[in-house]
Design a protein around this ligand. Structure first.
Ligand SMILES: [Fe+2]
Length: 493
């Protein structure tokens, strides 16, 4: 019995690196020499324990291991390898050619086995086959990852809120790269690289330590990815060392053709195998898509903000036509926000119903001021004119892509729950939920403000009218909720 570590300090190259594990020194010597002659880089060790250390510290392409060894057996080593890196092939050798041992090894995921004494050509042949198989498995893995990446791309492209997008980018990257942690750093308006997202196990303080910040800045500046592995301090002398808990670290620039938007950081823990070339390729594709999505959302939000400013201007212009409705839209918007929150709308739905509140009467821009400001009762013809405003308003906003979700709310904000409203006469659940919310907010706001033909009602009187209108003009559930809000004082503004 001997335990010898030979060639353990061999430099890591792009060539195929084999690890031979056998407690018999003569076998190590002969097999090692033969395989080196074949052009492989070979490391030989005399125990499974030593093999584990070599695998952790090097990029090994294949393990050729004896089954029966003192201490940890070859089968136990095989089990460890399957856990550590499923794609690392293991070929077993045994001097005890019992079928049971061989079957057990194959069941546990060994690629093949050889019985001693073996011909050297036989070893070379099995190794060649195992390496071809490994390559095919990696290609399959790349393909399956590309398929899931395609799904991810679709999801990213349809996410329009920046915080949600940042979260998804990091979440998908960590999952696809099988990373143990990650963070996303994005440039803010003032061109500062800011930590915007990080995984739960590694809090912000972890990512804000010297190394990750320094490397992220370097990667953003140089616009190229950087891969670091534990123990590679010589290559990266200007950077602080990796934290003890980290085995492998990749920092990827998030680039669009115009600029770098940020940096994606991913790490693997000390007890895991380092990132492979397949991982790098896949993260590269994901990072490109993520950069474009982040930039698009930014541009989209800028355009959206500008549109909303313009449209808000329109809403104010409408109110300027009608001196009695000054502040009406802003107030309706405030009521819709508290109502929407209490009714459990999502952030996106809340955003839509909020702007629908602001814009619901925008169609009045097409209604004569004489009618809008008429102090007396309206004639049926004049009322018909007023009734056109939901349709006019929905037509105005329909041409703005991000205002499109508001169209049904603006169009139907004068529908009645019992079907006696306008313009469509739809009822109950047929009326979009947002429109039913608007209807209650709109009516309450109108009743508690002065109008050309009457003074404002008290909050109590307006609430009673809403209660009487339950199931007729209004959705009963929304009136109930609104009543609760007003009674608890949340609707004050
Ligand atoms: Fe209206």
């Amino acid at each position: 019995m001997s335990s010898e570590t030979e060639n353990a300090d061999a430099p890591r190259t792009e060539d195929v690196h084999l690890l031979v594990v056998d407690d018999e020194k003569s076998i190590c010597d002969i097999v090692g020499q033969y395989l080196r002659m074949k052009g492989y880089v070979v490391t030989c060790v005399g125990s499974a324990e030593a093999a584990i250390e070599i695998i952790k510290q090097n990029s090994i392409d294949l393990v050729l291991s004896d089954i029966k060894m003192p201490g940890m057996s070859g089968v136990e080593l095989l089990k460890w390898v399957r856990e550590y890196n499923r794609s690392l092939p293991v070929v077993m050798t045994t001097g005890f050619p019992t079928l049971d041992t061989a079957i057990e090894a194959l069941k546990l995921g060994a690629f093949d086995y050889l019985t001693k004494p073996f011909h050297l050509e036989e070893i070379a042949e099995k190794i060649k086959r195992a390496l071809i198989n490994k390559q095919l498995e990696e290609e399959n893995l790349l393909f399956s990852k590309l398929v899931s990446l395609h799904e991810v791309t679709k999801i990213l492209a349809s996410t329009y809120q920046l915080p949600e997008l940042n979260h998804k980018v990091l979440d998908f990257s960590v999952k696809i790269a099988k990373a143990d942690g990650g963070s996303l750093m994005v440039f803010d308006e003032a061109s500062h690289l800011i930590l915007t997202e990080c995984t739960a196990h590694h809090p912000a303080e972890f990512w804000q330590n010297g190394l990750f910040v320094t490397v992220s800045r370097w990667v953003a500046e140089n616009e190229e990815p950087l891969v670091m592995e534990s123990g590679e301090t010589k290559m990266f002398r200007e950077f602080p060392p990796l934290p003890e808990s980290v085995r492998s670290y990749i920092a990827f620039p998030l680039k669009t053709p115009q600029r770098t938007v940020g940096v994606l950081n991913l790490i693997r823990a000390r007890d895991k195998h380092p990132f492979s070339n397949v991982d790098l390729e896949i993260i590269n594709v994901l990072a490109s898509q993520a950069s474009i999505s982040i930039e698009n959302v930014r541009l989209y939000q800028n355009i959206r903000d500008n549109y909303l400013k313009t449209v808000r201007g329109f809403a104010l212009a409408v109110e300027a036509k009608d001196r009695y409705t000054h502040g009406h839209s802003e107030n309706v918007m405030k009521y819709t926000i508290v109502l929407g929150k209490r009714l459990g709308l999502s952030e996106a739905e809340l955003e839509d119903v909020k702007y629908a509140g602001l814009l619901h009467d925008i169609g009045k821009i097409g209604v004569s001021e004489l009618i809008l400001n008429k102090p007396g009762r309206l004639t049926p013809a004049e009322f018909d004119e007023i009734k056109k405003h939901p349709t006019l308003g929905s037509n105005i906003i329909a041409d703005v892509p991000f205002l499109r979700p508001l169209v049904p709310m603006v169009l139907h904000h004068h529908e009645f729950f019992d079907g006696n409203g306008y313009p469509s006469g739809i009822k109950g659940d047929q009326i979009p939920f947002g429109a039913r919310i608007l209807s209650v907010a709109d009516a309450y706001e109108a009743m508690t403000s002065d109008r050309p033909y009457r003074r404002s009602l008290s909050a109590q009187a307006a609430l009673e009218i809403l209660m009487n209108g339950k199931g007729k003009q209004f959705d009963p559930r929304i009136v109930e909720t609104f009543t609760e809000i007003l009674r608890s004082g949340d609707g004050q503004h």
